[in-house]
Design a protein around this ligand. Structure first.
Ligand code: UDX
Length: 458
C-alpha cells in the first residue's frame, strides 16, 4: 500500500481521499480551507456526493485518513495528488493561482523520489510548469505525472472506482509506471502518454461531451420546426455504436463546474496559440441560445411574462448534486426575472443561502405548495426524481394558468396534460398543443402539501 497526499479537498480531491483510503492506502489530505478540514476530521464531506460520507468516515475511524490545514515540514507521501481549483478567469483563461501556491508550498516538503500527480484540469503545458517550479525549489528527484480525473458529480465514487480508462501522462516512464500501478486493480485500460497529451485528453473529452449536448439541442430546435421528436431522433442515432446513446438528452443546456470552464479554457488556449476553434465557439453559443429559447417559449405561451408568476423547479445544474455553478436552471430563472416575471425557485436539495450568494435577486421558496398559488407556469429546469412524481392535478388547481414547461423532456407528457396542464417541452412539438387554459379555483381539501418532495430539506 502507498502513502498518498491529496492537496485540495474539493469534489475531485475528497473523492480521491475517500477512495484511496477505501483501497487501503494511507492518505494525508491537505486544504487551506480550515472548515473543510475540520469537517473531514469528523468524516464529513464539505460537498454533497452520494456514498462519499461512508468512505470518509471509515477512513478517519480506521486512521487511514489524516486531514491537515497546513503543510507539515515533511510530507509523508510517495505520491502527491494535486486537486486544487482552476476557475475561469478573464476571457476564459484558467486561473492557476491555487496550483502555483500549492506547488510553492509543498515543493520544500517532498521526500526524495516523490511523484507529483496532477488531477486538476489545467491548460496544456502546466505540468511542465509544475516540474520547473518543483525543480527551482531545489528538488531534483521529483517527477510530474498528469492523471486527469473524469468523474461526474453524483456518481463520482463509482466513476473513481470503475473508470472507463485511466490516463497517465509523464515524461518519466518510471514515475508513470508507479502511478499506473495504483490503478491496476481497476482493470480499466491505462493509456500512457506525455504530459501535454494527457492534459489535452481531459479538455478534448469534456469539449466533445459538451458538443454532443449542444448538437442534440440544435437538433431539438430543428425538430421543433419540422415537427419531429428529438428524443426518438436521439434514440435512433444512439443505436449506432459509432455515435452511442449517452449525452444526447436535449434540454435547457449544459452547466456545472467543468464543461463551461473547460470549454472556455480550451477555446482561450487555442485562440491565444493562433488556432481558430470555431466549433467550440458555436458549441458555447448554442448552449447560451438554449436558455433564451426556453424563455422565448414561455413568453410565447403566456403572451409575455411581465407580471407573471413563475415557479422554476430546480436550481442545481443537474440532479443528484447541490452544485449550482453555471446552472442552466438559475440562468433561465434570472432571464425570466429580467424579462419582468415574478420568479420563485424551488430545489429540494439546494439551500436558499447558496442560491442567494450567486443570484441575490432571485426569490427562493422552501415550499412548493406555498409558492404555487396564483402561479402562471411551472418550469422544470432540473430533472430531480422527486419532480417526476409531483401531484400534478393538485398543483394545477392552485395555479392561475396551468402551463407546464418541461425544460428537460423528463415528464410523461400525457400525464401532465391529463392533470390539466398545457404542456411545452424541447424538440417534441407533437406532444405539445392545446391553448393555455386559465384555472379558476383552488381546492386544498385533498391534502396537498404533505408530500416530502414539495418542501426543501435544507
Ligand atoms: C462533467 C464530465 O462528464 C466529467 O467527465 C468531468 O470530469 C466533469 O464534467 P459533471 O459536471 O458532473 O461531469 O456533469 P455531467 O453529468 O457530465 O453533465 C454536464 C451537463 O450536461 C449538465 O448540466 C447536464 O444536465 C447536461 N447534460 C448532460 C445534458 O443536458 N444532456 C445530456 O444528455 C447529458
Amino acid at each position: 500500500m502507498a502513502e498518498i497526499a491529496v492537496i485540495g479537498c474539493g469534489h475531485v480531491g475528497l473523492v480521491a481521499v475517500g477512495c484511496f483510503a477505501a483501497l487501503g492506502h494511507q492518505v494525508t489530505a491537505v486544504d487551506v480551507d480550515t472548515r473543510r478540514i475540520e469537517l473531514l476530521r469528523r468524516g464529513v464531506p464539505a460537498i454533497y456526493e452520494p456514498g462519499l460520507e461512508d468512505l470518509l468516515r471509515d477512513g478517519v475511524e480506521s486512521g487511514r485518513i489524516e486531514a491537515r490545514d497546513r503543510y507539515p515540514a515533511e510530507l509523508d507521501a510517495d505520491f502527491v495528488f494535486l486537486a486544487v481549483g482552476t476557475p475561469s478567469s478573464t476571457g476564459g483563461a484558467s486561473d492557476l493561482r491555487a496550483v502555483r501556491d500549492a506547488i510553492s508550498a509543498l515543493a520544500p516538503t517532498l521526500r526524495p523520489n516523490a511523484v507529483i500527480v496532477n488531477k486538476s484540469t489545467v491548460p496544456i503545458g502546466t505540468g511542465n510548469m509544475i516540474a520547473e517550479t518543483a525543480l527551482s525549489a531545489g528538488d531534483t528527484s521529483v517527477s510530474v505525472v498528469s492523471n486527469p480525473e473524469f468523474l461526474q458529480e453524483g456518481t463520482a465514487v463509482d466513476n473513481f472506482m470503475n473508470p472507463d480508462r485511466v490516463i497517465v501522462g509523464s515524461d518519466d516512464p518510471d514515475a508513470a509506471e508507479r502511478v499506473a500501478q495504483l490503478y491496476e486493480d481497476f482493470g480499466a485500460p491505462i493509456l500512457r502518454t506525455d504530459i501535454r497529451t494527457a492534459e489535452m485528453i481531459k479538455y478534448a473529452s469534456n469539449a466533445f461531451l459538451a458538443t454532443k449536448v449542444s448538437f442534440i439541442n440544435e437538433m431539438a430546435s430543428i425538430c421543433d420546426v419540422v415537427n419531429a421528436d428529438v428524443t426518438e431522433v436521439a434514440r435512433g442515432m444512439g443505436l449506432d455504436d459509432r455515435i452511442g446513446s449517452k449525452f444526447l438528452r436535449a434540454g435547457i443546456g449544459w452547466g456545472g463546474s467543468c464543461f463551461p470552464k473547460d470549454v472556455a479554457s480550451l477555446e482561450h488556449t487555442a485562440s491565444m496559440s493562433g488556432a481558430h476553434p470555431q466549433l467550440l465557439r458555436d458549441v458555447v453559443e448554442i448552449n447560451k441560445e438554449q436558455r433564451r429559447r426556453i424563455v422565448h417559449k414561455i413568453q410565447t405561451a403566456l403572451g409575455g411574462v411581465e407580471g407573471r408568476r413563475i415557479v422554476v423547479l430546480g436550481a442545481a445544474f443537474k440532479p443528484n448534486t447541490d452544485d449550482i455553478r453555471e446552472s442552466p436552471a438559475l440562468e433561465v430563472s434570472d432571464l425570466l426575472r429580467l424579462a419582468g416575471a415574478e420568479v420563485l425557485v424551488f430545489d429540494p436539495h439546494v439551500s436558499a443561502e447558496k442560491i442567494r450568494v450567486e443570484f441575490p435577486r432571485l426569490t427562493v421558496t422552501p415550499d412548493l405548495i406555498d409558492a404555487i398559488e396564483g402561479t402562471d407556469a411551472l418550469v422544470l429546469a432540473t430533472e430531480w426524481p422527486a419532480f417526476i412524481d409531483l401531484p400534478l392535478a393538485e398543483l394545477a388547481l392552485g395555479m392561475r394558468t396551468a402551463l407546464f414547461i418541461d425544460g428537460r423532456n423528463a415528464m410523461d407528457a400525457r400525464a401532465v396534460r391529463e392533470a390539466g396542464f398545457t404542456y411545452r417541452c424541447i424538440g417534441r412539438p407533437g406532444l405539445e398543443g392545446g391553448p393555455l387554459e386559465p384555472v379558476t379555483h383552488i381546492d386544498r381539501s385533498n391534502g396537498v402539501g404533505s408530500d416530502h418532495a414539495l418542501a426543501s430539506n435544507r
